[in-house]
Design a protein around this ligand. Sequence first.
Ligand SMILES: [Zn+2]
Ligand SMILES: [Zn+2]
Length: 494
Amino acid sequence: MIARLVAVVLALLLAGAAQAAERKPDLILTGTIVDSDNQTYREVPFAVPAGTTRVTVRFSYTGKDKHTTIDLGLFGSERFRGWSGGNKGEFTLSETDATPSYLPGPLPAGTWKLVLGIPNIRKGVSATYEAQIWFGDTGAASTFSDGPLATGPAWFRGDLHMHDAHSDGECKSQSGNKVPCPLYKTVEAAAARHLDFIAISDHNAISQFDAMRELQPYFDKTLLIPAREITTFHGHANVYGTTGFIDFRLGSATVPDLNALLDRVAALGGLFTINHPALPSGEICMGCGWTVPDTDYARIPAIEIINGGATALFGNADNPISGIAFWQDKLNRGYRITAIGGSDNHDATAEKNPVGAPVTAVFAANLSESAILAAIRAGHVFIDAEGDTTRLLELTARNGKIAMGDTVTLHPRETVRFDLHIAGAAGAHAVLIEDGKPLAALRDGTIAGNDVHLPFQATFDGKRHWLRAEVRDAKNRLLLIGNPIYINAGPAGP
Ligand SMILES: [Zn+2]
Ligand SMILES: [Zn+2]
């Protein structure tokens, strides 16, 4: 008796914006395997709709206790897409990346077929199988893993800017020649520095995602966030949290202006951040400084204010080409933009300008891509300029209810209590900056122990302000820099 195939179409709408919770499958295919199916192949067809950006399959079956075995593979409408036999119950494919065993590439609409191989089913035994299929985003918390790598709110520390073989990252080969540096060396270096997350941001390329998908299950303590460095003639910017193609040819007919580029990033749900805005532009560093005319900073959620390459050049994160002044100018104009850092590492094996210096520390709900990117948008971030993963800078107000990135609304002449919490920086000193200028509200900025609280209070005039804290060493080198608490600021731009 030939088993009947039952196909239930639950929904054919593609997923919209990324959700934190996994959504229901778009399609569930079920069927029965009987003993006469032993050592045969069964094709299970299903329709892939036009415009599909990702196909994800989760497969399960009964009867393993009776030694029933069902192998799994996939043929697309035009070609073979992979075979995982009995070694994977779930796989995903997109244009850029696929679970190992499967081929990334275009996902043409049409009839695709799951191929079930039945190497063994005993006489008199039957088994049922179920294939759950998603088209587009599954709503998983991260691109390369389903659940968070760590649960519960905490400070998570990572590097948001680095390069490898998929762009201009180079390191020494076995023979000592400079060669494109394999992506896994970057992930290995990040893991060795105990980073919680990294975003590998090759120049305009999106070929790195396939390698990241392979590595994520092994590096299950280091969240891999898809990124790329949009590299234009007028500035560089990272986009995090999407694998979709983004046309980077700013100023060409396809991307006439920055708003067109930002519209595409928004449609993909990506996070856009301006990189190293104060680097020089010209033949010394082509397109490096941010010179895009008429940038609408209300659409810029974050700016890289500390770049590891620039820090290595000057031996101090606060240097003439840091992005700090550029960022503060935007804050003074009323924009709320999160300051982040990135190593911009181009050699994962290098000791100078290494992976993980600076570190961007993010207070997030858990260690997942959606939580980390949401916390960056919210400004719950400080930067450790040297990449120490044990230091802490927390500026809070009103008994911890207001954190960095938040707004506190005050009447004229209202006084508010703050707490500055610093750990791992004994012997250094703390400085407060209000609207870009030092604020002498700390009785004594000296950090006398390994874990200190420096409470202070300040009175404001009812107008818009911002207040941030930083920590400097005895030589006045910048160690830690926090995002501001905003006073009387609106939710977005000016
Ligand atoms: Zn760059
Ligand atoms: Zn870069």
